[in-house]
Write a protein that binds this ligand. Sequence first.
Ligand SMILES: NC(=O)c1ccc[n+]([C@@H]2O[C@H](COP(=O)([O-])OP(=O)(O)OC[C@H]3O[C@@H](n4cnc5c(N)ncnc54)[C@H](OP(=O)(O)O)[C@@H]3O)[C@@H](O)[C@H]2O)c1
Length: 292
Amino acid sequence: MQDKVCLITGATSGIGRATAVELGRLGATLILVGRNQRQGSQVRDTIGQRAGRAPVEFLPADLSRQQDVRQLAATIARKYARLDVLINNAGAKFSRYEESADGIELTLATNHLGHFLLTLLLWETLQQAPAARVVTVSSGAHHGVSNEIQATWPAEAYNRKVAYSQSKLANVMFTYELARRLHGTQATANALDPGGVATNLGRNNGLLAWAKHLLFYTLKGQLLSPRQGADTVVYLASAPEVAGVSGQFFHQRKPTRSSPASYDEPASSRLWELSLQLAHLDSDPSRPGRGR
Ligand SMILES: NC(=O)c1ccc[n+]([C@@H]2O[C@H](COP(=O)([O-])OP(=O)(O)OC[C@H]3O[C@@H](n4cnc5c(N)ncnc54)[C@H](OP(=O)(O)O)[C@@H]3O)[C@@H](O)[C@H]2O)c1
């Protein structure tokens, strides 16, 4: 990964942090993104020390805030001539209904829309790489929900599991639609399910909810360490075997079927249009010359 520039969102904890450590070990230049400056600086220094040489920088941004995402993309486009790997990893669950600063249900705003906007704003920077890879961390939780994604909810109807599942389905549908739009270029887009991983995911909702998640996978004998959870992310970001592979959903390094709903192309196209509107994007760089 020497000479490769990789951006990892949610690099301050869990799977994102472990991915950053491993890609740093492989010699990549790293851009770490997260909300917490102190944790971000710690991760940057740890990787810098371990890797010895690879340049690492931390850029603070809250992905649920479109203003932050726009500022982040502008900084990256100014500082880096190209981006080889974009890892859309940051994610969260919320037990109560909340809206982002832009008035969008917070799970969708964080897990899907921030990454949608970041990817489109970095389109030209990705196209400057010989064969850019966009890797999006979804979840097995994307199964079992309808593909009509909700951007707002009546607060009393909010269901945290459905909201999280919808956001993770949006990750897969976004990836498939992105791969279709990248067709004919050297760039690729893939999504993955990391499995059940011992991280801080859901800890913001209280210790009980968090412990239940960990216990569920522990009892099945399937709880992974962050490093194990990062394995397929690192594989998709770096392995020569997956050069040119695009529009796939991976689990344990293998392409696998995602939910039936995720393959609904008209629904993916509607999600793309909805996301353009919600992100207030005037032009769509994935459709050159065609605007909206
Ligand atoms: N753990 C699992 O079992 C599991 C299973 C399937 C899929 N996943 C997916 O794996 C990905 C990584 O999660 P994880 O398990 O590693 O959880 P984690 O330890 O909680 O890490 C999540 C990362 O995302 C960041 N983040 C959250 N909201 C953000 C925002 N608004 N703006 C910027 N960064 C934000 C967090 O930063 P802060 O510290 O600032 O919150 C943290 O760095 C998520 O997409 C999750 O859906 C996890």
